[in-house]
Ligand binder design. Sequence first.
Ligand code: PLP
Length: 386
Amino acid sequence: MKNIYLDNNATTAVAPEVIEAMAPYFKEHWGNPSSMHAFGGHVKRAIDEARQQVAELIHADPSEIIFTSCGTESDNTAIRGGVEAVEGHLNIITTRVEHPAVLGPCRYLGERGHRVYEINVDSSGQLDMVQLGAALRDGPALTSVMWANNETGVVFPIPEICEMVKAAGGVFHTDAVQAAGKFPIDVRQVPVDMLSLSGHKLHAPKGIGILYIRRGTRLQPFMLGGHQEDNRRAGTENVPYIVGLGCAAQLAQKHMAEEANAVSRLRDRLEAGLLSTCPDSRVNGDRVHRLPNTTNISFEYIEGESILMDMSEVGIAASSGSACTSGSLEPSHVLRAMGVPFTAVHGSVRFSLSRYTTIEEVDYTLKQLPPIVARLRAISPFVKKG
Ligand code: PLP
């Protein structure tokens, strides 16, 4: 049975180099970094090195990085902590296509009296910049806009958005969970105030993330208690995972250009192959400003779940933007915000590749999927027959 993994925006395989880097911090160096003795000193240095490695990936100063438990914690800290740190009222500006890790805290604050603007996207998934500009003129705001979308891979023009927010005098956070490691990010050139990143999207384990906090940014810590992370995030550090994330960041940075090239070629081969062999299929989202590893394809008139189940039978894993498979009862809020027709939202499948995807896996998928689509279409109640 094949075991082909095309769901890397959900999570990635932990790189063997990362496992190797982490192992000593389970076996030998298990001390508490806050301890004054030698057991603590060694692991403290390992954390410092990992902080340096992660900082290099986004060209930050290591002192501007705090380790968190995941991307969701980073997003919550930035949004809730950013709003709470400011005396007086802040509006909150975000987009309709954010991950729930951003929409959740924004809506929570909305229920507590903050005005929340969820900016629209067009049919290609790109942001309505006019609406964003109008919201920014409505008063002081914390703005949170993702760098790249997890479902479609669409990349937002963060340099331009950041400039607009800064010109309006606001605080700017970006969720770069899907972007980090896939294309260059330089916080010296794009002066975001805060940026979230998650380990398990770049071949480190689940359960580790970072929040970049530009020096001088006001932030109320989310986790209170100990003095870890320079009083910005209490809790004993997850040393092995921090070391793993440092290693993963270094690997991503070292191989970024060639990996993006190779992965996008495979993605394009998959996409072109499926579009040409499956009638009534379409790509969702901007195909130019897009992550190199992602394609979101709708196979009209059939259910994404059925496609996924049949793919799974032949050993291929991907994910769908329709109900249920994503653990939600609602069809994709991202595709709906883009105005994708109902029949296409339900038949959408996200394929997300990684450095470990091979041409043989892509070609196998190209062989298996068209007959699956044809078979499901033949029994679909939505297709007009004869
Ligand atoms: N933001 C985006 C864009 C994501 O894709 C995800 C995870 O899928 C998250 C945030 C949450 O990250 P984590 O799973 O580390 O909590």
